[in-house]
Design a protein around this ligand. Structure first.
Ligand code: ZN
Length: 257
C-alpha cells in the first residue's frame, strides 16, 4: 500500500514536472539524463541499506514498539490522540536531526551529497548518501522507542515524510497566491528551494520537511520571495560534473579533504 501510494505520487509529480516545470530544462539532454541516473543510483544504494537494517531487526526479533518507558506509555495515551501527538513529536525530532546534519561536521560530510544537487526535481527528494540513510534508520529506531509510536502510525509518518520530500523537491510550478497560503502551514517546493541555495545563511534555514511551524518558532524560516532574485541551487566549490557523478558522491564523505 505504502509503495503503491508513493509510486503513484512519483508518477504524478513527474508528469506535472513535464507539463508545468518551475525551471525549464531539456529532458533528453546529456546532463539531464546523467542527473537522473546518478540520483537513481543513490536511491538504489539507499534502499539496499534500508533493507539490511529492516532484515536485521526482523532476524533478531527486536520489538521496538513495546518500550514501556516511552513518552506515549508515560502519558498513558492511545487511539487518535496518540497518533496525532506521536506523529507531531516524530516530525519535530526529524527536523532537529536535519538541523544537526547541517551543524555537526561529520554529519554534514554525508548530508552535503544531498545538497550539491544542481537541479532539484522529484528524484532529489530521495537522493541521500547510503551511510546517511543507515544512520537515519538507527535514529528513527531510537525515536520509535522513546516516543512509543505504534507500527501503523510510524508507517503513516514515513509515507507523509517521503511524500512531502518528493513534493517539495519537485520541479513543479504552483500559482504564487496558492503557494503563499500553503507556505503558512506546509513546506512547498518554493519554501524548500531556499534550503538548497548555495549561500550558507539560506542553506541553514527552512529545515522542515512537512510542516513549517518548527522553522517559524525557532527563527530559522526564510521567505522565498525575499531571496528568489539571487537564488542559485547547489553547493559552492562542487563542479556540476562531480555533483552528478555517482562514484564521486559515494566516496566524497569518506575522503580526508
Ligand atoms: Zn539539508
Amino acid at each position: 500500500m505504502k509503495l503503491v501510494l508513493l509510486t503513484s505520487l512519483i508518477l504524478l509529480l513527474y508528469i506535472y514536472e513535464i507539463i508545468l516545470p518551475l525551471r525549464k530544462r531539456k529532458l533528453f539532454e546529456k546532463m539531464s539524463l546523467i542527473h537522473g541516473l546518478t540520483n537513481l543510483g543513490l536511491i538504489f544504494f539507499g534502499s539496499f541499506f534500508i533493507r539490511i537494517v529492516t532484515l536485521a531487526i526482523t532476524y533478531y526479533s527486536i520489538d521496538v514498539y513495546s518500550f514501556k518507558y516511552s513518552l506515549m506509555s508515560i502519558l498513558k495515551l492511545s487511539g487518535p490522540s496518540a497518533t496525532v501527538l506521536s506523529i507531531i513529536f516524530f516530525d519535530f525530532f526529524i527536523w532537529l536531526q536535519h538541523v544537526a546534519s547541517h551543524h555537526i561536521p561529520i554529519l554534514w560530510r554525508l548530508h552535503k551529497v544531498h545538497h550539491c544537487d544542481t537541479f532539484l526535481d522529484t528524484s532529489s527528494g530521495l537522493r541521500f548518501h547510503p551511510i546517511e540513510i543507515i544512520l537515519s534508520m538507527f535514529y528513527k529506531l531510537l525515536l520509535i522507542m522513546l516516543i512509543g509510536i505504534s507500527s501503523s502510525d510510524f508507517l503513516m509518518f514515513e509515507v507523509i515524510l517521503t511524500g512531502f520530500a518528493l513534493f517539495n523537491h519537485s520541479n513543479i510550478k504552483i500559482n504564487n497566491t496558492i503557494d503563499t497560503y500553503l507556505s503558512y502551514f506546509i513546506v512547498t517546493p518554493n519554501v524548500h528551494q531556499v534550503h538548497h541555495s548555495n549561500k550558507v545563511d539560506e542553506t541553514n534555514s527552512n529545515f522542515g520537511f512537512n510542516i513549517v511551524i518548527w522553522d517559524r518558532v525557532f527563527g530559522t524560516y526564510k521567505e522565498y520571495k525575499r531571496v528568489k532574485e539571487n537564488l542559485e541551487i547547489g553547493l559552492k566549490g562542487v563542479s556540476p560534473e562531480d555533483a552528478n557523478s555517482l562514484i564521486f558522491l559515494l566516496l566524497w564523505p569518506l575522503r580526508r579533504k
